[in-house]
Ligand binder design. Structure first.
Ligand code: SF4
Length: 101
């Protein structure tokens, strides 16, 4: 299991149809409100992904690994907002990534 970028954002950025889809309205608005530097960071990641560039680090590009916190918490996508810390799913992810409990 890997999550190399903010869930859903790269897919939205690469599809005007998805950006216009009502079910993606909240995240589309968040992407539209991102500072240009963050949108550029996501586009750069997408270009590398499409070019087949493999990252040695499989963690989300917005994760600050020194603090294990999101670097852009205020801009995080819906799925990150809905994720409940401390649940079985959360523990499963932490185990998957070897994060100390
Ligand atoms: S909370 Fe932040 S660091 Fe974690 S997956 Fe979402 S965008 Fe990435």
């Amino acid at each position: 299991m890997e999550q190399e970028s903010p869930p859903g954002y790269v897919m939205l950025l690469s599809s005007a149809d998805m950006m216009a889809d009502e079910s993606c309205r909240e995240d589309a608005a968040r992407i539209a409100a991102l500072p240009a530097a963050l949108r550029d960071e996501l586009r750069k990641y997408l270009q590398q992904l499409l070019a087949g560039v493999e990252r040695s680090d499989r963690a989300c590009i917005w994760l600050d690994k020194s603090t294990m916190r999101c670097r852009h918490h205020e801009h995080r996508p819906s799925i990150c907002r809905d994720f409940e810390i401390g649940t079985d799913k959360c523990q499963s992810w932490r185990q998957e990534f070897g994060i100390d409990q």
